[in-house]
Design a protein around this ligand. Structure first.
Ligand code: NDP
Length: 301
């Protein structure tokens, strides 16, 4: 699969595509593996449905200040769908014409679908996470307590998904207490009868439940020198550990989980399934997630 060049808004002056165009917007964007993932899926879909032979998926480097202009220009250029990655997921909420009600509590959108007059925003990260946990760990968020690490954007999406799916209890740990408090305050109205607690990852409380799904939604583990986001030895035995990080493929948290004999998986399946769901939204057709997974693995450094 040939790699797609990194485009900028200036390239739109010369842009033409006789077919349906999709794109991912980010800043930076050159490390994104969404283009090979989506292009592989579209090639497979085209083999059985000729509609998809003219679909393409490209990438644009768009600085945050240019996002409103980029959304206008991509709409005028006829783009059908967009993925948004760092730093655009929250910013886009102020610019799009409408937001899928399910994405409202998350306050972030990662998938935009063209409307006649603008863009409709969706968030497929929660679906990606829940599907990945079922696929890789054979666990369901609905059946278990969840111990969620982090209070940033990914943690907020994960927490909303855990509550929406009816987890038994949600325990959230974060390094910076103020960010944890902000997230807990946002979630309280959504929790209903589900017990919701915060804790300091440096001092896990004795009341933490056994048999929980541990989800790492911090960026601790991206770099070799990062500390563990939580010492698993201090917990009652969890039933599995899911780390949203996929590069590196084995974080120290995942290594610690495997050393304890716990089922553990990295964030690649989440990336694949959020992408597959986005392509379903744009195409209204079945999407081959397994082909996206193979392409994503091949594209990773
Ligand atoms: P944010 O910057 O919004 O949040 C980062 C979070 O990580 C905060 O809770 C922050 O805590 C915490 N953190 C950062 N460094 C450390 C550290 N050294 N020790 C402990 N905690 C730390 O990032 P996102 O929420 O957007 O992303 C978080 C992770 O999720 C990233 O690794 C990202 O790659 C991954 N991700 C994976 C996806 C997938 O499809 N697999 C999708 C989306 C995200 P504090 O509040 O204290 O600063």
């Amino acid at each position: 699969m040939p790699s797609s060049p990194v485009l900028t808004l200036a390239d739109l002056d010369r842009w033409s595509h006789a077919g349906t165009a999709l794109a991912v917007l980010g800043h930076p964007i050159k490390h994104s593996i969404s283009p090979p993932m989506h292009r592989a899926a579209l090639a497979a879909m085209a083999a059985t449905d000729p509609r998809f032979t003219t679909w393409t998926y490209v990438r644009f480097d768009v600085p945050p200040a240019d996002l409103p202009l980029a959304l206008d220009r991509l709409h005028a250029a006829g783009f059908h769908g967009l993925n948004l990655t760092v730093p655009h997921k929250v910013l886009a909420c102020a610019t799009v014409e409408k937001i899928d009600p399910a994405a409202h509590p998350i306050g972030a959108v990662n998938t935009l679908r063209r409307t006649p007059t603008g863009w409709e925003g969706f968030n497929t990260d929660g679906y990606g996470l829940a599907t990945a946990i079922t696929e890789t760990l054979s666990l369901n968020l609905a059946d278990r307590p969840v111990i969620l690490l982090g209070a940033g954007g990914a943690a907020r999406g994960a927490a909303v998904e855990c509550l929406r799916r009816g987890c038994r209890a949600l325990w959230i740990a974060n390094r910076t207490p103020a960010n944890l408090t902000t997230l807990l305050n946002l979630l309280r109205p959504l929790a209903g009868a589900i017990p919701l607690h915060g804790f300091d990852p440096a001092a896990p409380p004795a009341a933490l439940p056994a048999g929980a799904i541990v989800i790492n939604a911090t960026s601790a583990g991206l770099r070799p020198e990062d500390p563990l986001p939580l010492d698993l030895a201090g917990l009652p035995t969890p039933c599995g550990v899911y780390d949203m990080i996929y590069n590196p493929p084995e974080t120290p948290l995942l290594a610690a989980a495997r050393a304890r004999g716990l089922p553990a998986a990295n964030g690649l399946a989440m990336l694949v399934h959020q992408g597959a769901r986005a392509l379903e939204i744009w195409s209204a057709a079945p999407v081959p997630a397994s082909i996206m997974r193979t392409a994503a693995l091949a594209a990773l450094p």
